[in-house]
Design a protein around this ligand. Structure first.
Ligand SMILES: Cc1cc2nc3c(=O)[nH]c(=O)nc-3n(C[C@H](O)[C@H](O)[C@H](O)COP(=O)(O)OP(=O)(O)OC[C@H]3O[C@@H](n4cnc5c(N)ncnc54)[C@H](O)[C@@H]3O)c2cc1C
Length: 399
């Protein structure tokens, strides 16, 4: 029998309730969005609205950065600031989140933050599968009444399902902040992948896939190494480097969060850390209000259209999903100098702002649809939300 998909969300490691009950809430058994979205918003996303189909239900969207960025945060630190202000205002007793594992810039340990110092320690990305929900049982045992949970889409789907199905968290007011999440890694693979991307993996402290079609790696001495997507070693095009659970994710933009904070549609400018904020619920608006005065706000920008870029990149991604026969080589297919030229060209003439977010959302939906179709067809019906076939149809792609 094939192994179930698992993103190590952490819920079933809680001892405060039976493991079988946690497993019942698994998003990889229950599927993405659908009833969960309906329960939260009173409706599912509109299939007539191309923007809502991709970005999910929102009350407001804009780009922004903190006037005083937080040192060591992933971008300007909007998430850490929301958590800090919510704690200071007495809206929450604790934050269910992560901290860096001792001695690692990239690995995580679950954290129930119950002080401002703890919250400050939670900043920054940990680009590996992370058991955020492992701390829920701890919060329950301690009798905390008001929590903020910060997580990826898998965490927030499982959390909402658990809250609907069981009474353990009844009487607890839970607010949520979501990160967009894609191309995450299993910690067993992380260093192998970093070693293949970076010329100096041992000094890397921060990594992100950027809107200029390059991976940016910040090193200990503050230098940023940029590696064009086009010049990654051929072996990193192998979908097997990503956890199967992440390849079965259909909610990149974390649509069940009260507020999603990313960077995808933000303008990429030197010395700025513009982020993208998607306010989804009344609770999300309340969280945003806490930091409103600390933000420099900018409207979304860019042209929506990105069809020709999807058409020129999706074919290769779909081919790669088909099977495991292909032999991947350690060498780059495109030398770095040419990769930089291509990334530079695409960054200049390609999709930007909401167009880039549209491109990236569709690219990953398509990639994940064909991964599941070819490699885990038995999960297709359960996992794939109803808007995905419509998006495939827009590009003339077969189901
Ligand atoms: C693997 C990964 C891929 C991402 N891909 C995208 C993307 O494609 N597009 C995009 O717009 N944004 C993406 N993000 C989110 C983005 O990098 C920032 O986390 C987000 O914009 C918040 O920035 P900030 O400065 O406000 O965060 P900070 O104030 O530094 O706070 C970040 C918060 O996220 C939590 N966190 C870190 N890693 C994880 C994790 N693995 N799982 C759950 N919680 C975590 C931290 O503990 C902290 O609470 C990704 C994040 C991760 C971890």
């Amino acid at each position: 029998m094939k192994k179930s998909l698992c993103s190590s969300c952490g819920l079933c490691s809680n001892l405060a309730w039976p493991k079988a009950e946690s497993l019942q809430c698994c998003v990889f058994s229950n599927g993405w969005l659908g009833q969960r979205e309906r329960r939260l918003f009173g409706r599912e996303r509109s299939l007539d609205d191309p923007v809502e189909m991709r970005f999910g239900i929102t009350r407001e969207r804009f780009t922004a950065q903190l006037k005083k960025p937080i040192e060591g945060a992933q971008w300007s630190g909007i998430i850490t600031r929301i958590a800090t202000k919510a704690f200071e205002a007495g809206l929450i007793d604790g934050v269910v989140t992560l901290q860096r594992s001792p001695g690692s810039h990239f690995f995580s340990t679950p954290l129930l933050a119950e002080s401002l110092d703890d919250i400050a320690a939670s900043k920054g990305n940990k680009p590996v599968l992370s058991p955020v929900l492992a701390s829920l049982g701890n919060a329950h045992r301690k009798g905390l009444k008001r929590l903020l949970v910060i997580g990826a889409a898998c965490h927030l789907h499982v959390l909402r399902d658990f809250m609907e199905r069981y009474d353990y968290l009844n009487g607890m007011e839970i607010m949520t902040v979501g990160i967009p999440c894609v191309d995450n890694l299993d910690r067993k693979e992380f260093h192998r992948v970093l070693d293949r991307i970076s010329a100096s993996p041992s000094t890397a402290e921060h990594m992100e896939f950027m809107q200029d079609f390059r991976i940016h790696i910040r090193h200990r001495n503050g230098k940023i190494e940029k590696v064009p997507f086009f010049s990654l070693p051929d072996e990193l095009a192998n979908p097997d480097i990503f956890p199967p659970a992440c390849m079965g994710c259909f909610d990149y933009l974390n649509s069940l969060a009260d507020i999603t904070v990313g960077y995808l549609a933000g303008k990429l400018l030197p010395d700025q850390n513009r982020q993208w904020v998607l306010v989804r619920t009344e609770t999300g608006a309340k969280l945003l209000a806490l930091i409103e005065e600390e933000l420099d706000r900018y409207p979304e920008f860019g042209k929506w259209e990105c069809k020709r870029y999807i058409k020129s990149t999706a074919g290769q991604a779909i081919e790669a999903m088909k099977g495991r026969q292909k032999q991947y080589r350690p060498e780059r297919n495109i030398p770095l100098w040419l990769g930089h030229l291509l990334s530079g060209l695409l960054a200049a003439i390609g999709p930007k702002g909401i167009g880039f977010a549209h491109y990236s959302t569709d690219y990953h939906l398509i990639r994940h649809y064909y991964y599941i179709k070819y490699r885990r067809p038995e999960l297709l019906e359960t996992l794939v939300p109803r808007h995905v076939p419509l998006i495939l149809k827009e590009y003339g792609l077969p189901l």
